[in-house]
Design a binder for this molecule. Structure first.
Ligand code: PMP
Length: 386
C-alpha cells in the first residue's frame, strides 16, 4: 500500500509516539490540580506552549491550544467579528470550508458582508484588488490562507499583512498546510490570528493551536474552568499538546531535509508523468511551480476515464490519493477550489501530497499504476475491473 495523501493527514512520527507515551501511563494528572500529579503535567503543557512560541518567534501567551484548525479558524473569525463588531470580511473563493462556512454563517445572520478578492487562473490573489477592497472597507476582517490544501499555492502573507495594517484591518490566515513546512517568522509579519493542526505535521489528530496576537483580548468562547487563560475551558488534551510540540520541533529540526525530500519527489512525479503515455495532463494552480507552491503538493488534471475515477481505481490498487472530478460519468462536481480558478470540464483532478515517509520508488509505482489504469480504460475487460 502507498499513502500519498499527506495534505489530508500524516502518520505520527515514532519520536512523537515515544514522547507522548509517559502521558498515556504514569503522567496522567490533571494540569489544573495543584498536587504533584497535576503539577508534573502542567509543566509539560507549559513547556509545550513555550516550545511552540519559540519556534514561531512569538510569546507563549499568544498560543492557545484547541482541537485543530477548524476550531481555531472558527474561534478567530467569529470572536473577532463579535468582539470588534466588524461588518465586512474579505476572503477568497479557494479558502478551506473551515473558513468559508463560519464567514457565510455570519453573513446569513446579517453580521457581515463578504467580498471575495479576485484570483488569477492559477489561484493567485490579486493584491491590487485586495487593496481596492480594503480602501473601500477599512477596518475589515481579512482572511486569506497561507498555503492552499488542494493546489498547494503559497500566498504572500507578508504583503497582505502590510496591506491589512495600512487599512486598519484584522488579518487572519489559515496556516494549517504551512505550519512546520514553510519558514514563518511571525516577528516579521503583523498577523493577528493564525492556526495549526498537529496531524498535518506528524503529530496526533484532534489537537492544534491558535495564535492570537497580544494586541487582542478575545472573549472566551468555551466557558468552564478557565483553562487556556480563560479562552477555552475544559481539561487540556495533554497527550495531544505534548505530541503537537514535539512534532513541530521535529518539523523545524529537519526542515531542510524534509523540504528537499518532498520537492525531489514532486519533481520526479512531474518528470514521470510528462514521460508517460498518458498525455493531455495539466497542473492546477501553481502546484507545478517550485517557489509558488508547497513542495509536498501536486494537483494534476487528467482526462476522464470510462472505468470510474482515477482516485477510486488507485484506491482499489492500494494507492491513497485524493481529488475531485468534473467528468460527466462521475458527476461529483469536483472541488470548489478548482471550479473557482479554472473551469476545465471533463477532467479529473488528483491531488498527490507527500511526506518525509514517501519514497522515489513509490512515485514510480504510482505513475506505472496510472498508466496501467489508462491502458485498461482503452481496452476494458469483461468485468470492467482492473
Ligand atoms: N484548513 C486547511 C487549509 C486544511 O487543510 C484543513 C485540513 N484539511 C483544515 C483547515 C482543518 O483542519 P482540522 O481538520 O485539523 O481541523
Amino acid at each position: 500500500e502507498i499513502y500519498c495523501d499527506s495534505a489530508a493527514t500524516t502518520a505520527i512520527d515514532p519520536e512523537v509516539i515515544e514522547t507522548i507515551l509517559p502521558f498515556l501511563t504514569t503522567n496522567f494528572g490533571n494540569p489544573s490540580s495543584s498536587h504533584w500529579a497535576g503539577r508534573k503535567v502542567k509543566e509539560a503543557v507549559d513547556a509545550s506552549r513555550q516550545k511552540i512560541a519559540k519556534l514561531l518567534n512569538v510569546m507563549p501567551q499568544e498560543i492557545f491550544f484547541v482541537s485543530g484548525a477548524t476550531e481555531g479558524n472558527n474561534l478567530a473569525l467569529s470572536e473577532s467579528i463579535r468582539e470588534y463588531g466588524l461588518r465586512h470580511a474579505i476572503t477568497s473563493k479557494i479558502e478551506h470550508k473551515a473558513v468559508l462556512e463560519p464567514l457565510l454563517k455570519h453573513e446569513r445572520e446579517g453580521d457581515i458582508e463578504i467580498s471575495y478578492v479576485k484570483l488569477d487562473k492559477k489561484g493567485n490573489v490579486d493584491l491590487e484588488h485586495l487593496e481596492r477592497l480594503l480602501a473601500a472597507n477599512p477596518q475589515s476582517l481579512v482572511s486569506l490562507m497561507h498555503g492552499n490544501n488542494e493546489i498547494g499555492n503559497l500566498t504572500d502573507i507578508q504583503a497582505i499583512s502590510r496591506l491589512a495594517k495600512k487599512y486598519n484591518a484584522a488579518f487572519h490566515t489559515d496556516t494549517t498546510q504551512t505550519i512546520g513546512k514553510v519558514q514563518l517568522n511571525l516577528a516579521e509579519y503583523p498577523v493577528d490570528f493564525l492556526v495549526g493542526s498537529a496531524h498535518k505535521f506528524h503529530g496526533p489528530k484532534g489537537v492544534g493551536f491558535i495564535y492570537i496576537n497580544k494586541r487582542h483580548k478575545l472573549k472566551p468562547r468555551i466557558l468552564g474552568g478557565g483553562q487556556e487563560d480563560g479562552q477555552r475551558g475544559g481539561t487540556e488534551n495533554v497527550i495531544g499538546i505534548v505530541g503537537l510540540a514535539k512534532a513541530l520541533e521535529i518539523a523545524y529540526r529537519d526542515f531542510d531535509l524534509i523540504h528537499e525530500h518532498t520537492l525531489t519527489l514532486k519533481r520526479r512525479l512531474i518528470a514521470q508523468l510528462e514521460n508517460s503515455e498518458i498525455g493531455n495532463i495539466t497542473y492546477n494552480g501553481e502546484s507545478a511551480s517550485e517557489h509558488k507552491s508547497l513542495s509536498a503538493i501536486l494537483n494534476v488534471s487528467f482526462p476522464c476515464l470510462h472505468i470510474g475515477s482515477i482516485v477510486n481505481n488507485l484506491d482499489q490498487l492500494g494507492i491513497a490519493v485524493s481529488g475531485g472530478s468534473a467528468c460527466s460519468n462521475l458527476g461529483n462536481g469536483g472541488s470548489h477550489v478548482i471550479r473557482s480558478i479554472n473551469h476545465e470540464a471533463e477532467k479529473e483532478n488528483v491531488r498527490f501530497s507527500f511526506s518525509k515517509f514517501n519514497t522515489a520508488e513509490e512515485v514510480d509505482h504510482i505513475v506505472e499504476t496510472i498508466v496501467k489504469i489508462y491502458n485498461a480504460d482503452s481496452t476494458p475487460s469483461e468485468s470492467g475491473v482492473l
